[in-house]
Design a protein around this ligand. Structure first.
Ligand SMILES: [Zn+2]
Length: 137
């Protein structure tokens, strides 16, 4: 599928999202759910490649921005570009966290914390189900 066709086919309504996403993808991306820790196949990926949004295919992170945080969720210290993700404060029962959403389709990806490694000191804690990995040669 070409980039152009992907854009044309992008869901805009809740019913369309339900049709194109798996139940677990829908729960995370559209209902701000969280996958169980340690369950993502992407945790141990270290091959060069790109992690794209599972909702819209936008490239969000590169393998060289990934690190092992030990939290049980794929973790990155920086996105591909600042505008590829949007962040905003989320207030809930557990206090206040900074939510990370896809800058293109507004899907919920995870949260960002200030305990990451150099050079940014950021930890983008991302649900693996919200990402699709493609290896590069
Ligand atoms: Zn997206």
């Amino acid at each position: 599928m070409s980039e152009h066709e992907t854009n044309d086919a992008r869901p805009t309504t809740d019913a369309e999202w339900r049709r194109v996403l798996s139940d677990e993808e829908y729960r995370v991306l559209r209902e701000s759910g969280t996958e169980p820790a340690g369950t993502s196949d992407l945790l141990h990926v270290d091959a060069d490649g790109v992690f794209a949004c599972a909702g819209c295919g936008t490239e969000l992170f590169h393998t060289d921005q990934k690190y092992t945080s030990g939290t049980g969720w794929p973790s990155f210290w920086d996105p591909v570009a600042d505008e590829t993700v949007e962040t905003g404060r989320e207030t809930g029962l557990l206090g206040s966290r900074i939510e990370v959403r896809c800058g293109e389709c507004d899907g919920h990806l995870g949260h960002v914390f200030d305990d990451g490694p150099d050079p940014t000191g950021k930890r983008y804690c991302i649900n693996g189900v919200a990402l699709e990995f493609t290896a590069t040669d």
